[in-house]
Each structure stands twice: as C-alpha cells, then as structure tokens.
Design a protein around this ligand. Structure first.
Ligand code: MG
Length: 293
C-alpha cells in the first residue's frame, strides 16, 4: 500500500494511493482520523494497515491526484534524518578519488545527522543557494522509516520496526564540508526532497533489493541497487539502537550509490533550472527542479 501526504481543499491530509496511482482517498473518508503521517505511523498496527488497504480497495470515490498538491509524505520529520556516509563501495571510491585521498576500508559505519527545515515533495523546487555556494550536489537514497521506537533492537527483529520506504534526495553543499563536517553541508534549507509517497514495508522483500537511479535533465547519473549497501538496514538500526532510542517516524537515509556530480571529471554541480529525477524500483519517482530562490 502506498500512503501519501497532500494539500487538499486547503488542508494537509494523509491519504491512500489507489492501485492505478492516479487517484487518492483521504484516510478521513475511510474513518481514520490521523492528522499527519507521523500520527499514522505512531498509532497504527499491522492490523489497522490491513483494514485501510481492504477498505480502500472497495471504496467507490477517489480524488484525482491532479486535483491535489502532493507534499513530502513526512513534511516535518520527528528528528534529524539519520544519514549514512559512504555506504556503497563504488561511491566511497569515487569520493576518495574526487578528494585525492587513498580509498579506506569501511570497517565501521559512518553515521551523521541531517537537519531539515521541511521536506519538499515531488514537484517542489530545491533552492540552489547560489548566493553563497556553487557546489550543490544530489544523492539518491532509499529512505527507511521506523514504525516503533527502536531501542536495543536485535538484528533479527529489525524488519519488524520498519514502517515503509520512500525516496530521499540527500542534497549536499559540497564546499561546506570543511574539515570533513557533514552537518552544515547536509542541512541547507530545502535539501531533503522526499517522496513521492511511502510504500509500506509489507510490499517490499527484506532486505530491499531495489534498482535506484537518478538523472539530471534526463541524463543518467546514478544507477545502482540497494542490495549493494555496505551496512544494511539491519546493521544500521541494531547498531544505533544499542545506545540511542530512535523514535517512531525516524527517517534513515541509507546512503548514495556512485555517480554524484562531485565525482565527475570535471565535477558538475546543480544550477538553476536543473531537473533532478530520483527513481527507486517499486516506490516511484521523485522530481524536483533547482531554482535560484
Ligand atoms: Mg547521502
């Protein structure tokens, strides 16, 4: 089942996407009063999701997606995005080459946080920040969303903690990585496009093995598969939750495959008018345009 957030009749609502992917049904029409996706995540059980799916399939009235404004499925995450650095071998190698450093062994996961003003949905613009940087870059990533508060979760239980998956574009201001700091370079306003919706975890085999692609103005740049993560979702959640509670609704950006603009020779960065299209098999397509705004 695909769940979305949109603006409809002047209000932000949570809705179910119909199987044709061209219509949506507000959850409130089905009798579910969740104000936000985070409420749904926190308060729903597998049984409730089954009921929503069953009711939605028989529901006679649906609204055309064209009549609503899609938003990020979670516009306001419950906490900073949990990000993985250099979590695909080929991407780690391209970063080493771009930085003229020797490739290092990836023995330990690299975790960092990405602060978010609010997540942009598909169709929304990405600010270029061209008034102070010239190295805006993209990273297409699988976003995994936690269903329950995760604390000391053993590896064999991690899959039960996943509510669903979405696409996340980890927009990055490369030149702000002074002294290898991630926080500022990853946390620019508008740097977390998310969407177009959430696919519930029951629809994707675990661990996810999904084709992941990104193009700029139709030119293919990234083309990988989520099976190639160095540290998978099980390792990420079991390791972090040993020492910190990850609340329900936490979004984990699981890392970027190779093919970033910084890794090209010469490097090519995003500019006003560029259309960035992220696609993950079984989830959908997230499209955003970079703008000098
Ligand atoms: Mg990233």
């Amino acid at each position: 089942m695909k769940l979305l957030t949109c603006r409809f009749q002047g209000k932000e609502i949570v809705a179910v996407l119909t199987p044709d992917e061209r219509h949506m049904i507000p959850l409130s029409d089905l009798g579910y009063q969740y104000e936000t996706m985070n409420d749904l995540i926190r308060q729903s059980s597998p049984l409730v999701l089954q009921e929503i799916r069953r009711t939605a399939l028989q529901w006679p009235a649906a609204v055309e997606l064209q009549e609503v404004q899609l938003m990020a499925p979670i516009p306001h995450p419950v906490r900073d995005i949990v990000c993985m650095g250099l979590n695909y071998r080929a991407h780690a190698d391209e970063m080493s080459a771009a930085l003229k450093e020797r490739p290092t062994e990836r023995i330990w996961p690299i975790f960092f946080g990405k602060a978010v003003d609010y997540c942009r949905g598909t169709g929304e613009d990405i600010p270029s920040h061209s008034d102070f940087i010239s190295t805006l870059d993209y990273e297409c990533e699988l976003g995994a969303i936690l269903w329950k508060d995760a604390r000391k979760v053993p590896p064999e239980k991690v899959s039960e903690y996943i509510f669903g998956y979405t696409i996340l574009n980890d927009i990055t201001g490369r030149e702000l990585s002074r002294h290898k700091q991630n926080y500022f370079m990853k946390s620019l306003d508008g740097s977390c496009p998310l969407g177009p919706w959430i696919v519930t975890a029951d629809e994707i085999s675990y661990p996810p093995q999904l084709a992941i692609r990104l193009s700029v103005n139709g030119e293919p740049r990234q083309n990988g598969n989520t099976r190639d993560m160095i540290f998978d979702i099980t390792q990420i959640v079991s390791e972090l939750s040993r020492g910190m509670t990850l609340p329900a609704g936490t979004i984990i950006a699981t890392g970027s495959p190779t093919g970033i603009g910084f890794g090209m020779d010469p490097p090519v960065f995003l500019k006003d008018g560029d259309v960035v299209t992220c696609e993950i098999e079984g989830i959908g397509v997230l499209v955003n345009t970079v703008r000098d705004i």
